[in-house]
Design a protein around this ligand. Structure first.
Ligand SMILES: [Zn+2]
Ligand SMILES: [Zn+2]
Length: 271
């Protein structure tokens, strides 16, 4: 018998910001007026929790990647988590949407965690496609090695497609942007919220059907937008992975945490 569905709180925690991106650097298809128009990215991890369990979605990146990639950290991911009382050192479950450096670069900060990952993503990051520098680019080999070590240490839980991790918390295989990319669907007081991570970097990707520039399978990316729409209770229940608008639409946990920790389980205020 299935366990009774539980209600969860959901938070977006911002740890980095890249103000140097322009529109042509974010989209596959050219735009007539898009050249040199700024389109910054925020970098988040997400927390899903209730009185029973806490899930962290993605691990962010650290100081080495920040320097190498030219994306300054606003705070470390453990610092961001601590603002809402989550101790990275004791977290038991981390859902890793995919293995790009900005999502999988903080594995060492979660010594007690089991990492939930798609089979297809590990196969992609350790297989023949990585013979090509252009495909390697969003990955860091040391992050992938860290996952292999976690695997041999018994700390990886593999999933092949969709799965329920707790009553009201499900993962959904999307692919597209990366071969084994997944999103997370959460039951909240306002219904089903989808933490899209990089299944939709920006609202524009999903609302206007504009593919993001880093793409493994364009068809899967486009179909993924439809899947996410079906999973979420409304377009306002979809939370993109890098859009600075998220912090404008959703309320901060407190005034001191504006720009750092925002609630996603309450309705967004747009416009
Ligand atoms: Zn990515
Ligand atoms: Zn990303």
């Amino acid at each position: 018998m299935a366990a009774e569905r539980q209600t969860w709180e959901v938070y977006a925690l911002r740890y980095a910001h890249n103000g140097n991106r322009t529109r042509p650097e974010n989209f596959v298809l050219p735009e007539p007026d898009g050249h040199d128009v700024p389109m910054p990215l925020d970098y988040f991890v997400w927390v899903i929790r209730n009185e029973h369990r806490t899930f962290v979605v993605d691990t962010g990146f650290g100081a080495v990647a920040a320097k190498k990639r030219g994306v300054p950290l606003l705070r470390t991911v453990p610092e961001a988590l601590a603002t809402i009382g989550v101790d990275a050192a004791t977290v038991k479950d981390v859902i890793v949407s995919h293995l790009h450096y900005d999502h999988a670069g903080g594995v060492g900060e979660f010594p007690e965690a089991t990492f939930h990952l798609q089979d297809a993503e590990m196969a992609y990051a350790t297989g023949r496609h990585m013979c090509f520098e252009a495909v390697q680019r969003p990955f860091e080999v040391e992050d992938v090695v860290a996952f292999v070590r976690k695997l041999y240490g018994g700390k990886v839980s593999f999933h092949d497609g969709d799965a329920e991790l707790a009553p009201g918390v499900t993962i959904h295989m999307i692919g597209g942007h990366s071969a084994g990319l997944m999103c997370v669907r959460v039951w909240t007081e306002r219904g089903w919220v989808v933490v899209a991570s990089d299944c939709a970097h920006f609202y524009e990707n999903i609302e206007l059907g504009k593919p993001f520039v880093i793409c493994f399978d364009l068809g899967a990316m486009m179909n993924g937008f439809n899947t996410i729409r079906l999973l979420a209770d409304s377009p306002d229940h979809i939370v993109p992975g890098h859009d600075p608008l998220v912090l404008q639409y959703y309320p901060p946990v407190s005034e001191e945490l504006r720009g750092i920790a925002h609630r996603l389980d309450v309705p967004p205020t747009k416009g």
